[in-house]
Design a protein around this ligand. Structure first.
Ligand code: DGL
Length: 272
């Protein structure tokens, strides 16, 4: 395929639900010429409590669609799926698209900024139990101590639109007061849903801990890859397109909230 044709192809982004929209929004702001195709697997949410095999099966099915949509890049905008399925998806997709995850850019940033320090991580059970962050951080050998805590109530709570109220406040406070997270200097938000409660988390720490939101780092990484591969779009080809595996009004409302425009939400069941 000619490089010029490749440049015009969209970027595919997927997550279990609205979480990946935090990343999609950052990409849109950073790379306004790129056309996005977003898939929210709302039928199978939350991913964080599912088995590795189930997440792999969903991810492969979603990639089939994104490949058919001719995506040049497939970004797994979900930590749980990045942990469970990145290697497999990369092999499955092969040379049809360039596959990226949301973990590597954060690990690179942490290794660069927090050598010899103690860093916390919150994420789903899948992400935390996979130990993927710890393995990747340890491999860079910067003397970083990573303290990880699974916070399984957060993604479903956010998906329900529960942030900035007394219930979310108390769930967040209970998790962040866990002794595992004592004496950390930075906290990785290891789930793409969590930037939506970043303010509440930052308020809890009152400036003592840097709260690391992956979306900016991931968007910049996508930009770098596009430049390296010489496949960055030169002009915007079309509006973002959103697919969901199960139509929910809350997803439609969140999508519009994120993109400040009426969105075209298409129902696409992964299995008929
Ligand atoms: N947003 C996802 C993540 O980054 C998944 C949350 C979930 O579906 O459990 O892990």
């Amino acid at each position: 395929m000619r490089q010029a044709d490749k440049r015009e192809r969209p970027i595919g982004v997927f997550d279990s639900g609205i979480g990946g929209l935090t990343v999609a929004k950052a990409i849109k702001a950073h790379l306004p010429e790129e056309q996005l195709i977003y898939f929210g697997d709302t039928a199978h949410l939350p991913y964080g409590d599912k088995s590795t095999a189930a997440i792999q099966a969903y991810s492969v099915k979603i990639c089939d669609l994104l490949i058919r949509q001719n995506c040049k890049i497939i970004l797994i905008a979900c930590n749980s799926a990045s942990a469970a399925a990145y290697e497999l998806v990369r092999e499955y997709v092969g040379s049809k698209a360039h596959v990226l995850n949301v973990i590597d850019p954060v690990v690179a940033h942490v290794a660069d900024r927090y050598a010899g320090k103690t860093v916390g991580l919150i994420g789903t059970k899948q992400t935390v139990n996979s130990n993927v962050y710890k393995k990747k951080i340890d491999a860079l050998d910067q003397g970083i101590e990573l303290r990880s805590l699974a916070t399984p109530l957060l993604a479903p709570m956010i998906e329900e639109g529960f942030f900035n109220n007394t219930i979310s406040e108390s769930v967040i406070q209970t998790y962040l007061s866990d002794p595992t997270l004592e004496n950390i200097e930075a906290l990785i938000l290891g789930c793409t849903h969590y930037p939506l409660i970043k303010e509440q988390i930052a308020r809890f720490y009152q400036g003592r801990v840097e709260v690391l939101d992956a979306s900016e780092l991931v968007a910049r990484h996508v930009g770098k890859v596009l430049t390296q591969l010489e496949i960055a779009a030169e002009r915007l080809k079309g509006a973002p397109h959103f697919y969901v595996s199960d139509y929910t009004a809350s997803f439609e409302a969140s999508t519009q909230l994120f993109f400040h425009q009426k969105v075209n939400l298409e129902h696409y069941p992964l299995w008929e």
